[in-house]
Design a protein around this ligand. Structure first.
Ligand SMILES: Cc1ncc(COP(=O)(O)O)c(C=O)c1O
Length: 397
């Protein structure tokens, strides 16, 4: 028997990864994965951009690159982030292999085995598994429709052992779909100022808003640039270009950058040069803006289709959010309901989603489920939602 490390022995495959196999069965309508629709990728545009590059850039695409990222991409991405009001000059930008790597580097930088970290409940599964891999004690703080629950957070902050950081996804939360209010961000900032608890602000979906009027609410805490908090801002090309590029970034204070860059050196030396060259060309051509505008409209069309199907078919006792952007709708079922049973029934009927306990830091609470609309046409949504609704009725009455 191989004698694995303690850290690795505690890792288990997540339900979401296992479900990817099911999701790829052609006869199943999958509301499970959080991946963009294949048909939406800008294949032709990127082909054209690559063809137009000079030979030096094409050659560089095949070569190793500097650990922090290709200088040209760092420059264009700085410009992209500066337009969002992010304080790029007072921080350092590190290109990561997906923002998943960013979370992993931060986990490694801060967590010693057994130390507490604060996460939202529910929480993005990739963050939970990254922090678990460093043997963090995950302390879940519930969210309500405005953001993280401040009463629960204050209780956590008063506990004796200080958490190493707080991780949040304030903009079109995965899985809860919620968008933090400006007020909630303000009280959160006040609670953290001077606490010596860094904030990891994950902004993987913020560009995918459906309503112009939400722009102010989408202003990152990092852009507010509050004094007395080390804000580690992470972002990704996955939802605004394609997850296959495996490119994300972190914008962090100098000291944290230094440690993360060292850790990245030992993890993968550099992120893929090939896709960095493509992402750079995509930004510089300005196509990133027109492309994001077009997918925003398409995701809104899909979200609207799901909202109307859920309004028609769901029983009244199910609570859910109308999405204002992003990929997800979160359903809360009556206390004690078992979403895994509902899921098994739905799979028999031909539809799948992710059961809520996957996103619970303790892995137990299961009276909820996540539906994603990003990868389905309105017609598939209209066919699949009645299957989900019927399965809920059969189990919950
Ligand atoms: C909230 C959140 N953060 C980070 C990621 C990781 O994205 P990637 O590693 O593809 O950049 C995801 C992916 O679904 C996500 O939902």
């Amino acid at each position: 028997m191989p004698r694995f490390s303690k850290a690795v022995s505690s890792l288990r495959s997540s339900e979401i990864r296992d479900l990817m196999t099911l999701a790829s069965r052609p006869d199943i309508i999958s509301f499970a994965g959080g991946m963009p629709g294949n048909e939406l990728f800008p294949v032709k545009e990127v082909e054209e951009l690559f063809r137009e590059l000079d030979i030096k850039k094409k050659q560089a695409a095949f070569q190793y690159g500097p650990t922090p990222g290709l200088p040209s991409l760092l420059e264009s991405l700085n410009g992209f982030l500066e337009k969002k009001g992010l304080p790029v000059k007072e921080n350092r930008l590190l290109i990561t292999t997906g923002s998943q790597q960013g979370l992993n580097l931060l986990g490694k930088a801060f967590i010693d085995p057994g130390e507490p970290v604060l996460v939202e409940n529910p929480c993005f599964i990739g963050a939970l598994s990254a922090f678990r891999s460093y043997e963090a004690e995950l302390r879940g703080v519930p969210v309500d429709s405005d953001g993280i629950s401040m009463n629960a957070l204050h209780r956590e902050l008063e506990r004796k052992e200080k958490p190493k950081f707080l991780y949040i996804t304030p903009y079109f939360h995965n899985p809860a779909g919620l968008l933090y209010t400006t007020e909630r961000k303000e009280v959160l900032i006040r609670a953290l100022q001077g606490s010596d608890i860094p904030l990891i602000e994950d902004d993987a979906y913020g560009d995918l808003y459906f309503y112009e009027e939400d722009r102010e609410r989408l202003r990152p805490i990092k852009a507010i640039n509050p004094s007395g908090i080390d804000v580690c801002y992470t972002g990704s090309f996955s939802k605004i270009l394609g997850p296959g590029l495996r490119l994300g970034w972190m914008l962090v204070p100098e000291e944290i950058y230094g440690k993360c860059e060292l850790i990245k050196q030992s993890a993968d030396a550099c992120s893929p040069s090939f896709t960095q060259v493509l992402a750079d060309a995509f930004i510089r051509s300005g196509q990133i803006y027109s492309y994001v505008e077009s997918v925003r409209q398409e995701y809104k069309r899909r979200a609207d289709a799901m909202v109307s199907a859920l309004t028609e078919y769901l029983p009244d006792y199910v609570q859910w959010n109308k999405p204002r952007g992003g990929f997800y709708i979160w359903l809360t079922l009556p206390e004690g309901a078992d979403a895994t049973k509902i899921m098994m029934l739905a799979i028999e009927g031909g539809a799948v989603f992710v059961a809520g306990k996957t996103f619970d830091p303790a892995g137990t609470r299961n009276n909820s489920l996540r539906l994603s609309y990003c990868n389905n046409t309105p017609q598939q949504i209209a066919e699949g939602i009645p299957i989900v609704a019927n399965s809920i009725r059969k189990i919950c009455g």
